[in-house]
Ligand binder design. Structure first.
Ligand code: SF4
Ligand code: SF4
Length: 166
């Protein structure tokens, strides 16, 4: 690639992003990115509707069971797990050795865009730190993501927190 992808963050000094030639990632379904220190999983109204439908629940029941309002946004709740706090929709029981998302096909953008988040893409070091500290065994192997596809995920990630105001 010989030009910076549209919307891509510039490297220090305004150069091309370090990931301009793409990155590899393939989820192993370990669930590590769905657990750890307390945090938020933001979701929009449409994502709430989709998750509720995936679980066969009315939206109101889904919100009562799994959602919390933080300031002016909606997030999934958490519960204590073996690695700290698990997303409430993480299923550690169904498949031994795996931690699965109960709404995988309907998971919110915040989850779909991992690990292509701004904070992980800001530098090679940040990417390596995320892979190690999560730890995310899916980073740096498997499916190739070209820069255009990474940019799309970056833009989606930027929208996900804002869209959680409803
Ligand atoms: S930490 Fe990485 S490999 Fe594990 S579930 Fe999350 S994305 Fe998949
Ligand atoms: S919604 Fe699914 S993918 Fe997202 S944090 Fe919860 S368990 Fe993980």
């Amino acid at each position: 690639m010989n030009s910076s992808p549209p919307g891509a963050p510039s490297a220090p000094g305004g150069g091309l992003p370090w990931w301009r030639d793409g990155l590899r990632f393939e989820c192993t379904q370990c669930g590590n990115c769905c657990s750890g220190p307390p945090g938020a999983v933001w979701f929009t109204h449409d994502e709430g509707v989709a998750m509720a439908a995936a679980l066969g629940m009315p939206l109101e029941s889904f919100m009562q069971a799994f959602a919390r309002h933080i300031h002016d946004r909606w997030s999934l709740t958490e519960r204590a797990g073996p690695r700290g706090m698990d997303c409430v929709l993480l299923d550690r029981e169904s498949q031994p050795g795996k931690a699965l998302c109960r709404v995988y096909a309907a998971r919110p953008k915040q989850c779909r865009t991992w690990p292509f988040w701004q904070r992980n893409l800001v530098s090679r070091d940040a990417w390596a730190r995320a892979a190690e500290s999560t730890p995310c065994p899916g980073m740096n192997g498997g499916t190739f993501f070209p820069a255009e596809s990474i940019v799309k995920r970056l833009l989606d990630e930027r929208q996900s927190e804002e869209g959680a105001k409803w």
